[in-house]
Design a protein around this ligand. Structure first.
Ligand code: PMP
Length: 367
């Protein structure tokens, strides 16, 4: 059988594994930070209406610049953060993964490096490699927060071209203070002009406000967002960014023409009409997230403070064994390879009860 490494593949991709959370058919799936609530029926009906209209024009290419969608995303950001952003400050792509890829194509690339504070979202490193950008791993404290002094030292040493700050961070759930982001942004600019990407995929679930306001007066700071989590639309594939207008101009140099299909644009616009309903689910999930933290602590687990729709819990002598034991009880959580820790996504109250039951039994057996 021919293997990848038998092909004339780029050296930096040899021996690497693709991103892959297991997609297993089990009763309780709490492993990919999805929103457990299906889209409400009135929104489904509106999507059908909007997509039907779009279908009538599918002989034509879609709006290449997705202006109507970017305008509505800008309005959503302005309304929910209190910080005014315009259409020209917003860019959209197929998931925030593609947003990140476009940023790395424009600001990373061969001979350049990106740095992130690990453990963090593994795709930051993978997309860096995929775009020929060197990856550098920065430090975190034992409680998974980012220490300003150690982070500054890493930035001064490596002088990265792109700096990733994930807040709330996946897989730990930890948020980064605005002062820390400013300090790291400034340190990165002191080292050399570099792009600072604040990944706010989970920010709607946070106890703290968005860091969006920090783009004001900082032309090299970008905030990336997604409709995959708070909007409950992971299947839609819609991510976006907000930044200085020049950053939006820059990603247009590397985006594929017509990258956002007319069907995607129509569906995302329908979802944005129902933001208020969708954000009510977010409130419910925040409550469930807080309950998971509390009840996991009550059964003797260590839990990392969470500002996301998931919770990192442990510690297990063998976290993969604990992962397997939970799976045997019909509950799929995530083993991100952080030694001693697992991650569970907040599901419906019933799913969370099933998960907590499984953990209680696991704990009982191990004592
Ligand atoms: N950023 C973070 C921190 C994530 O956890 C994820 C998804 N797991 C993404 C970005 C990408 O999400 P999407 O491409 O669905 O927008």
């Amino acid at each position: 059988m021919t293997r990848i490494d038998d092909l004339p593949i780029r050296d930096e991709l040899r021996g690497k594994s693709p991103y892959g959370a297991p997609q297993l058919d089990v009763p309780v799936r709490l492993n990919t930070n999805e929103n457990p609530y299906p889209l409400p029926e009135p929104l489904v009906a509106r999507i059908v209406e909007r997509v039907t209209e779009a279908a009538r024009h599918l002989n034509r290419y879609p709006d290449r610049d997705a202006v109507e969608l970017r305008t509505e995303l800008a309005a959503y950001l302005t309304r929910t953060t209190g910080h005014a952003v315009a259409t020209a400050n917003v860019w959209a792509a197929n998931g925030s993964n593609e947003v990140i890829q476009q940023l790395l194509q424009a600001f990373g690339g061969p001979g350049r490096t990106a740095l992130g504070f690990e453990p963090s979202y593994s795709m930051h490193a993978l997309i860096s490699r995929g775009t020929g950008t060197g990856w550098l791993s920065g430090p975190r404290n034992d409680d998974f927060t980012v220490d300003i002094d150690r982070a500054r030292a890493a930035i001064a040493e490596h002088r990265p071209d792109v700096l990733f700050i994930c807040s709330p961070n996946n897989p730990t759930g930890t948020a980064v203070e605005a002062e820390t982001v400013i300090a790291l942004h400034d340190a990165a600019q002191d080292a050399k002009p570099s792009l600072v990407v604040v990944d706010e995929a989970y920010v709607e679930f946070s106890h703290r406000p968005s860091l969006l306001r920090l783009i004001e007066g900082r032309r090299n700071l970008v905030v990336s967002r997604t409709m995959s989590k708070a909007f409950g639309a992971a299947g839609l594939r819609l991510g976006y960014l907000a930044a200085n207008q020049a950053v939006v101009d820059a990603v247009q140099l590397v985006r594929l023409p017509y990258h956002l299909s007319a069907v995607t644009q129509a569906t995302a616009l329908a979802a944005l009409e129902h933001t208020d309903t969708l954000l009510k689910y977010v409130e419910q999930l925040k409550g469930e997230r807080d309950r998971l933290v509390e009840e996991l602590r009550a059964v003797g687990c260590e839990v990392t403070e969470s500002d996301a729709n998931f919770v990192q819990f442990g510690r297990f002598a063998d976290s993969h064994e604990a992962w397997r034991a939970l799976l045997e009880r019909g509950v799929l959580v995530r083993d991100n390879g952080v030694p001693g820790w697992l991650r569970v996504t907040a599901g419906t109250p019933e799913e969370n009860d099933a998960f907590l039951d499984a953990v209680r039994k696991l704990k009982k057996e191990s004592t």
